[in-house]
Ligand binder design. Structure first.
Ligand code: FES
Length: 166
């Protein structure tokens, strides 16, 4: 190989130089934009903590409706969310049910149906659930009401994630 074989032509030199400078400039512009777009989603703390809802002393064996709020950070937005839960106690066990009908999402109410005062009733399509939120056969809902994760500490009831039952 002679020295002439290793020489870079003027055209090649310009191509390499412009490609390198162009790539460097593009990376300098894209990196801050990508960081700006992704940063909130990558931050820790997306999972919500348990929320205080009521005292155990407030509970009865009959499901009662409690409203509670919590702050939610959803990537770019911070907001206060309101939720409801039917909560009851049997022995030492506290159960919290979602009031959202598992048929098509209407809101159920406990004890409002005169013929079945011990059931949850959904007025949209006459769906029914028993005291524990189990769907009554022959009515439209095909699965029980969802349940909240319940934590009891120092006589206080905290609700966490909601879970679907089958
Ligand atoms: S939405 Fe409740 S029965 Fe249809």
């Amino acid at each position: 190989m002679n020295e002439k074989d290793h020489k870079v032509s003027r055209r090649q030199f310009l191509t390499y130089t412009l490609t390198g400078v162009g790539g460097f400039m593009a990376a300098g512009m894209i990196m801050p934009m990508a960081r700006f777009a992704l940063d909130p989603a990558l931050k820790a703390g997306a999972a919500s903590d348990n929320v205080y809802v009521c005292d155990v002393a407030d509970l009865t064996e009959e499901p009662q409706l409690f409203e509670f709020q919590f702050d939610q950070v959803d990537a770019w937005y911070e907001s206060t969310i309101s939720r409801n839960a039917y909560i009851y106690i049997q022995g030492n066990e506290v159960t919290a049910l979602s009031p959202t009908c598992t048929h098509l999402g209407c809101t159920v109410a406990f004890g409002t149906n005169a013929e079945h005062p011990d059931r949850f009733y959904c007025p949209c399509h006459f769906g029914m659930f028993d005291h524990h939120g189990i769907n009554i056969a022959g009515t439209p809902p095909q699965r029980p009401l969802d349940v909240y994760e319940v934590t009891v500490e120092d006589g206080k009831v905290y609700l966490g994630q909601i879970t679907q039952r089958t």
